[in-house]
Design a protein around this ligand. Structure first.
Ligand SMILES: Cc1cc2nc3c(=O)[nH]c(=O)nc-3n(C[C@H](O)[C@H](O)[C@H](O)COP(=O)(O)OP(=O)(O)OC[C@H]3O[C@@H](n4cnc5c(N)ncnc54)[C@H](O)[C@@H]3O)c2cc1C
Length: 75
């Protein structure tokens, strides 16, 4: 029997973001995903406008060399 503070069903972007946020608050987290490796990566080309800022708030660094802005966004 395993105990945890937070159990997340689904290791997609929402589940992983929730897991990072919970870990940053010091909570124990288990993420379980029903898919078998290799998990298909749906996301293709870009991030929606608020996503870059949300990722930064989770401590994810987006380096200039890794991405470029489109639609004149400053994020
Ligand atoms: C072709 C394509 C291209 C895309 N390109 C982009 C893009 O460029 N930029 C962008 O921002 N978004 C893009 N998207 C959208 C993006 O992929 C979704 O918005 C995002 O994946 C949603 O994240 P999510 O965590 O809510 O769900 P999902 O990514 O669907 O993750 C849910 C996870 O939960 C698991 N799961 C489901 N049910 C259970 C269960 N009962 N028990 C355990 N695990 C379970 C699944 O296996 C899955 O891994 C694209 C989508 C598609 C289809």
């Amino acid at each position: 029997m395993t105990t945890t503070d937070v159990f997340i069903a689904g290791g997609g972007p929402a589940g992983l973001a929730a897991a990072i946020a919970a870990r940053r608050k010091g909570l124990d987290v288990i993420v379980a995903d029903g898919a078998h490796y290799p998990i298909e990566k749906a996301c293709g080309e870009g991030l929606m406008p608020g996503t870059a800022q949300a990722l930064r708030e989770l401590g994810v660094e987006i380096r200039k060399k890794m991405a470029t802005n489109f639609m004149g966004s400053s994020s």
